[in-house]
Write a protein that binds this ligand. Structure first.
Ligand code: SF4
Length: 359
């Protein structure tokens, strides 16, 4: 059992982060924020796969004003990502944003920072200080000879102190690097210094399997160490994939789960049924299901039945047949292999109904 470091709680709208709250899954839209329809459509797709907080880039007045319309159409809280322009933070807050991501160090004079902080305090809007390797201040870079983990932490702490100076403590922090190792080192150092909730992520992780592996390794290690109150997997591509990967990272560590887990064997020369095709069909069939249970698809009677029995429901290949198990017991032997997937789907539906929907 992983013991998470206890941090303070902040509320992004109705969603608590840190404290006793579960590790939250978040993502960021990649549509133009001012295009309300495209942004709302994307957020709805993200909500469907379990995104709990959404961040939108706010880079001009139109995108700040769009937040009000976006929020009317969606369920999850919205965080505005702002660089340099304090006025955009003020407009976003007037538009009903639930959280800000802004670095006080890069929005200019104390007067401007004070205006943002005062409004955020009045409206109970938390601020995430988001340091990444590209945003570390010049003097800190010089001192550490580059964006080292120590430099990232120093920059974050400096920004935290600016907010604290104005009596603002509703803070979340992230310090992301595109190196998994540096990110791990930086968060470990930061976690020893502060009790604010930490938003973890590997920035610019890339796309496809490389990005997924880098994020999973970096975030997996941190979560295993008990560090991280909310995570964003940054992948080049559809943000829906980011959310799916985030949930699988949490599931693999036994932290949180959403939807069924399909356990399928890698297949080998003993394989009696088309495990690859069947697994894909079953995955497609279960898409959108939020109930948590395990489904096994195994290729042969050597290792198959054992694994299939461990799962809540399973299918194992046998000599010219498929064997379906539920709760460790054989419930059906299907001799007509052309019917196997359909029979298994029927058993899956009745299993889900009996276990989760009945009564
Ligand atoms: Fe091979 Fe059977 Fe193991 Fe699948 S379950 S990999 S078919 S031995």
């Amino acid at each position: 059992m992983i013991k998470r470091k206890r941090t303070k709680e902040v509320k992004i709208g109705k969603v608590g982060v840190g404290g006793d709250n579960p590790v939250r899954v978040q993502s960021m839209t990649n549509t133009p924020t001012a295009d309300v329809k495209a942004t709302v459509d994307q957020i709805k797709r993200l909500e469907e796969v379990g995104c709990e907080i959404i961040r939108v880039a706010v880079y001009d007045k139109e995108s700040a004003l769009a937040i009000e319309k976006i929020k009317k159409e969606i369920e999850i809280p919205v965080v505005a990502d702002i660089h340099f322009d304090y006025k955009l933070a003020l407009i976003s807050m007037d538009s009903g944003v639930d959280g800000l991501r802004i670095n006080p160090g890069n929005i200019g004079s104390e007067k401007k920072i004070e205006k943002v902080v005062e409004k955020a305090k009045k409206l109970s809007i938390p601020i995430r200080i988001g340091v990444n390797s590209g945003s570390v201040e010049k003097e800190i870079l010089k001192k550490h000879q580059g964006p080292t983990p120590e430099a990232l932490v120093e920059s974050a702490v400096k920004n935290v102190k600016i907010l604290e100076k104005f009596g603002f403590f509703d803070i979340k922090i992230s310090i992301k690097s595109s190196s998994a190792v540096d990110t791990i080192k930086a968060y470990r150092l930061l976690s020893e210094k502060v009790d604010y909730p930490l938003h973890i992520g590997i920035t610019e992780a890339g796309f496809g399997y490389r990005g997924i592996v880098k994020s999973s390794v970096g975030l997996g290690v941190l979560l295993f160490l008990g560090i991280g109150d909310t995570l964003r997997v940054s992948l080049t591509g559809d943000p829906v994939e980011e959310v799916l990967v985030a949930w699988e990272i949490l599931r693999a560590l036994g932290i949180r789960a959403r939807g069924p887990e399909i356990i399928s064997c890698p297949t080998c020369a003993r394989t009696e049924i088309d495990v690859i095709k069947i697994s894909k069909e079953i995955e497609e069939y279960l898409k959108g299901c939020e109930d948590v249970f395990t489904v096994a698809v195994m290729g042969c009677p050597v290792n198959g039945p054992g694994e299939a029995k461990e799962a809540d429901i399973g299918l194992a290949g046998g000599k010219n047949m498929g064997v379906i198990f539920k709760g460790g017991k054989v419930v059906k032997k299907v001799k007509d292999l052309s019917n196997l997937v359909e029979e298994f789907k029927k058993e899956l539906s009745s299993f889900v109904f009996e276990k989760f929907k009945k009564g």
